[in-house]
Design a protein around this ligand. Structure first.
Ligand code: PNS
Length: 166
């Protein structure tokens, strides 16, 4: 039988409802979806450790029978090959995402012409949501409850000291 396995890679610091929306969409069209957290991110110091992120995502995707969570470092194409995945799933929120995503997809294609990148768009209500904005807004005392899973809100509260007003 012909089954399609895809990797949904990212930093996920932290997981947002936009990510979850994409996972739900991806899980409907591929047989197996692996959410893969990059361990050696170049994005500076993360707020959550890799095990913390892995735990949060595992809890958040528990309801999807065909979604698993893993971590990786090195090249995404090498991880995908080791996993026997045929595709990489990425979300595009706005035109501003396109250039970066296009470059990555083309580089990954150069590195492994057999690996396809699938782009999906999250629900409109999440088009402006990013992990970076969530962290920034939460750290300044803003309400992010509609934008991340409640288990992430709890983790944010535990991680980020309450902001004293002023
Ligand atoms: O959530 P992000 O930070 O946008 O995800 C970026 C990610 C993890 C998909 C990307 O940085 C990646 O695949 N890194 C692994 C290293 C790699 O394969 N680099 C070459 C791809 S152009």
């Amino acid at each position: 039988m012909h089954t399609v396995k895809a990797i949904y890679p990212g930093t996920f610091d932290p997981l947002t409802n936009g990510h979850l929306d994409l996972i739900a969409r991806g899980a409907k069209i591929v047989d197996e979806l692996v959410v893969a957290i990059l361990r050696n991110s170049e994005k500076g110091t993360p707020l959550f450790t890799v095990p913390e992120r892995e735990e949060m995502i595992t809890e958040a995707v528990a309801g999807f029978a065909n979604v698993t969570v893993m971590t990786f470092d090195g090249l995404l194409v090498d991880f995908a090959r080791r996993q026997g995945a045929k595709a990489v799933l990425r979300g595009i929120r706005a035109i501003s995402d396109y250039e970066y995503e296009f470059q990555m997809a083309m580089m990954n294609r150069k590195l492994d012409p057999e690996l396809e990148t699938l782009f999906m768009m999250p629900a409109e209500k999440y088009t402006y949501v990013s992990s970076r904005l969530i962290k920034g807004v939460f750290q300044l005392g803003g309400d992010v409850t509609a934008l991340v899973p409640s288990l992430v809100v709890e983790r944010l509260k535990a991680k980020v000291p309450a902001r004293v007003g002023g």
